[in-house]
Design a binder for this molecule. Structure first.
Ligand code: HEC
Ligand code: HEC
Length: 266
């Protein structure tokens, strides 16, 4: 008896195709993806998609595209890059199996990721060193970056930033001209107007232990402070961790080069 070649290929391939492992998918979702997409696939915020009840093949295709970079998103790309083919199949099958979420449904942040060890660095103007400035034309902001002595010392010595390091940024609106464009000073930087908020990253012993490996930045924690020096509500530390995560070779710090340049000049 003769079988078409395609059927033989199918028969041979079938035992190799593993069924997705829903329990493994659930475990990964509850520890990592839940921080943004919710444990049942109803996301934590309006800019993050619900995944509950989405087709599993579609989810797999998106994760593969995010992993290989053909679909670009800084935060989600950094996460997808760390998923194996099995992880992708498992989480996709898990989300596909959840009842579809209503557009208005919203999950809470994961408590271990909402918690931060970073507190406001009182007196930083006296003890920290200004090391960098960046214009942000799209948001009409200018940011000033500061580092504490522990960060400065390590940067000067060319070492990884150690526990006790603290990096801090002041975020200002800019003075606007008649056309509502930011006014530039003679140094090329936008002229600061109002202080809007502060962003911070700092590290200390044990600060990474409750953060899942896929998001953990060694022992760094992150925070945003209001102009009144209070923790800004609604900050999802998972987003900070995910976006800074690929910088593991440079102390998770985007501006390490600028920091080292200033530290070496001192
Ligand atoms: C730090 C927040 C965050 C975490 C953690 C996170 N995601 Fe995402 N994810 C996003 C955001 C934001 C988008 C939207 C990307 C875009 O706008 O292109 C997204 C998009 C996706 C998409 C594409 C959805 C679509 O409709 O095309 C998939 C699939 C996905 N995430 C799966 C996962 C999985 C699986 C995990 C856990 C391993 C995970 N995400 C963890 C923030 C996160
Ligand atoms: C989409 C990616 C992305 C996310 C999300 C993100 N960052 Fe960053 N972060 C950057 C980039 C890029 C820089 C470099 C300078 C800049 O853009 O301010 C930076 C710089 C910083 C710095 C100065 C030290 C350094 O790494 O150069 C601090 C402090 C900081 N971020 C804190 C935070 C906090 C707190 C959060 C979460 C609320 C956060 N970041 C979320 C991309 C990100």
């Amino acid at each position: 008896m003769k079988y078409p070649v395609s059927l033989i290929a199918l028969a041979l391939a079938a035992p190799l195709a593993q069924a997705a492992d829903l329990a493994a998918g659930k475990a990964k979702v509850e520890t990592v993806c839940a921080a943004c997409h919710g444990a049942n696939g109803a996301s934590v915020g309006d800019a993050i998609p619900n995944l509950a009840g989405q087709k599993s093949v579609y989810l797999e295709n998106q994760l593969k595209a995010l992993k290989d970079g053909s679909r670009k998103h800084q935060v989600m790309g950094a996460i997808a890059a760390q998923l194996s083919a099995d992880d992708i199949a498992n989480v996709a099958a898990f989300f596909a199996a959840q009842p579809g979420a209503a557009g208005t449904a919203k999950s809470a942040f994961l408590p271990n990721l909402a918690k931060t060890g970073v507190s406001f660095p009182e007196g930083y103007r006296d003890t920290f060193t200004w090391y960098h400035t960046i214009n942000f034309p799209a948001t009409k902001q200018v940011r000033y970056y500061y580092a504490n002595p522990a960060a400065m010392k390590a940067a000067k010595e060319g070492k990884d930033l150690p526990n006790g390091a603290y990096l801090f940024a002041e975020v200002y609106s800019t003075k606007l001209d008649a056309d509502k464009n930011p006014i530039k000073g003679s140094n090329g930087f936008f002229v600061a107007d109002q202080l809007l908020f502060y962003t911070a990253m700092a590290r200390d012993s044990g600060w990474g232990q409750d953060i899942p490996a896929l998001l953990r930045n060694d022992e760094w924690n992150y925070a945003v402070f209001t102009g009144a020096k209070q923790h800004r509500p609604g900050v999802n530390q998972a987003e900070c961790l995910a976006c800074h995560k690929p910088l593991d070779k440079v102390s998770y710090t985007f501006t390490l080069k600028e920091l080292a340049t200033v530290a070496n000049a001192k």
